[in-house]
Each structure stands twice: as C-alpha cells, then as structure tokens.
Design a protein around this ligand. Structure first.
Ligand code: CP
Length: 292
C-alpha cells in the first residue's frame, strides 16, 4: 500500500503518469472509477481549495466522501488523534486525507491504518498535492519543457509548506529554484540562490511563485505594516512589465500584499488554472493510491 506524505513518495515516472491521468480528468467527463469507495477527510486546519478539490475529485470519480467535522468530533473530549484515526480506520475507509498543524503527523499515522494516508498539509513541512499541481501547471504551460526554467519563490519561504514541497520537487524536473525573502523569512540553505527583493531577480526568471504572506499570524512583529512588506514582495504590473513570466500562487491570495488586483487579472497569472488543475491532480492521486 502506498501513502502520499511527501512528493518523494512518487518517482519521476509515477508523477508523469499522474500528469497523464490528470490531463484526462481535466475533461471532466463523468466516470465511476472509484464507485463504491469511501474517502474520509480530516481537516484540523482551515482549507478552501485543498479540501473542496479533494472532495470534488472524489465525487467526480464516483466515490463517497465523509468529512469529519473536527470541531464537533470526540477530539474535543480528549481523544488522541491516533485513536481518532484508528477508529475511523476501523470503519474500513478506502483513503484518509488529513491536514494538521503538526509537522510529521500524517506520517506518524501510517501505522494505525489499513488504507492510504494522503497528506493535505502538515504544519510547515509538506503540502505534496499542492506542489504536484503547481508542477503540473508549469508542465502544461511549457508543454513538458521544464529543464533549465528558472523560478523565484517569493515570500515566507521559511515557514511555507508549499515552498518546502516545491523546493524539493521542482529541481527533480530540472527547474532552477531561487528564493526571495526578507531576512526574517529566509530559508537557511546553500542549495538555493537567495535574493532580498523581487526586483533583483525579475529579469532572470521564467516563473514567479508568490506565497501567502502569513502576516496576520506572526509576521507583523517584523514589519511595521502590510504595506511595508508589500513594497518589496508584492507582484505588481510595474515589476512584471511585459515580461514573459508565468505567475503562480497557491492561495489564498492576500490581494495587493502578495499580488496586485491588476496582476491577478493579467493573463500571465494562472492562479485559478492552478485551482482547476488541483481537482485533476487530486483525482489522479486518489485513483493511483486507492486502486493500487
Ligand atoms: N493552497 C491551499 O492549501 O489552499 P487551502 O488552504 O485553501 O486548502
């Protein structure tokens, strides 16, 4: 049985095969590949895109979805997450999708289940299906020609699990990753070129991945205001000019802090295409893991 905890759980060939399936699923033709299967979602952190796209993907493949409302579950009575998952597993689901704030939690649940565990985001560690859909969006845009493409990942690259998964995944496909962040959010590593502002690198990249500025949580201690952060990290029309750059963001976007309203409407910005691709990639992941 195979789980998806991090993108390295799949070989390059497996990922390319996922992309072939995802391309088919983008036609959104009804099918019953997973008819009779039951998928449980356990989201201990908020989500719009990941949870709904997994649920839509599952339903489009004919599966039933049970979404545990963790706010009203027995975790509030002191039940451990391990017991919660063991009890869900005892009901014989075909996959469990979990998001949790604790790094490594999905992996630690593997020994408690008889079905695939899919990591839908664990703390600052990994968000494998996001990185796979990001890569798929690039792969389709460049018709598979990714070798040597340069990407700047911009923002809180230290704390972002999306950045973490992409840092590990994209170089496997020949993409040259640079990181752009203020000192307080720099990722300590000599493996990547590091920049202080987007302006320093915008002339050299093919792709910009803007990250959500999680300033509402912990970052305002470093900046006087959101606008001060935005001066160096917001993707604006002025920065982009008429450059041929693919602009991505995992969502949710903080408008005019991460990307301006104007750039969100620009045809180079593929944020909503990423969301559409997310359904197709997650459908491909469900098919692969459940029918393996
Ligand atoms: N990109 C992403 O993980 O979005 P959600 O938090 O809405 O799932």
């Amino acid at each position: 049985m195979q789980h998806l905890i991090r993108t390295s759980d799949f070989t390059k060939d497996e990922i390319l095969s996922l992309f072939d399936n995802a391309r088919e699923f983008l036609k959104f033709e009804p099918n019953d590949i997973l008819k009779g299967k039951i998928i449980v979602t356990l989201f201990f952190e908020n989500s719009t895109r990941t949870r709904s796209s997994f649920e839509i993907a599952a339903k489009r493949l004919g599966a039933e979805v049970v979404s545990l409302d963790v706010g009203t579950s027995s975790t509030s009575k002191g039940e451990t997450i391990f017991d919660t998952v063991a009890n869900i597993n005892a009901m014989n689901p075909d996959a469990i999708i979990i998001r949790h704030s604790e790094c490594g939690l999905p992996e630690s649940l593997v020994g408690y289940v008889d079905c695939p565990i899919i990591n839908a985001g664990d703390g600052r560690h990994s968000h494998p299906t996001q990185a796979l859909l990001d890569l798929f969006t690039m792969y389709e845009h460049y018709e598979g020609e990714l070798e040597g493409k340069r990407i700047a990942i911009v923002g809180d690259v230290r704390n972002s699990r999306v950045a973490g998964s992409n840092r590990r995944l994209l170089p496997r496909f020949g993409i040259d990753v640079s990181l752009v962040a203020p000192d307080c959010f720099k990722y300590e590593s000599n493996d990547f070129k590091q920049y202080n502002t987007v302006a320093e690198i915008v002339d050299e990249v093919d792709i910009i991945m803007s990250l959500r500025s999680q300033l509402e949580r912990h970052n305002l201690t470093y900046f006087e205001s959101l606008n001060e952060y935005a001066k160096d990290y917001c993707i604006t029309k002025e920065l982009m000019g008429d450059k041929n750059i693919l602009l991505l963001h995992p969502g949710p976007v903080n408008r005019n802090i991460d990307i301006t309203d104007e750039m969100l409407k620009d045809p180079r910005c593929k944020v909503l295409q990423q969301v559409t691709n997310g359904v197709a990639i997650r459908a491909a992941v469900l098919k692969k893991l459940i029918l393996a």
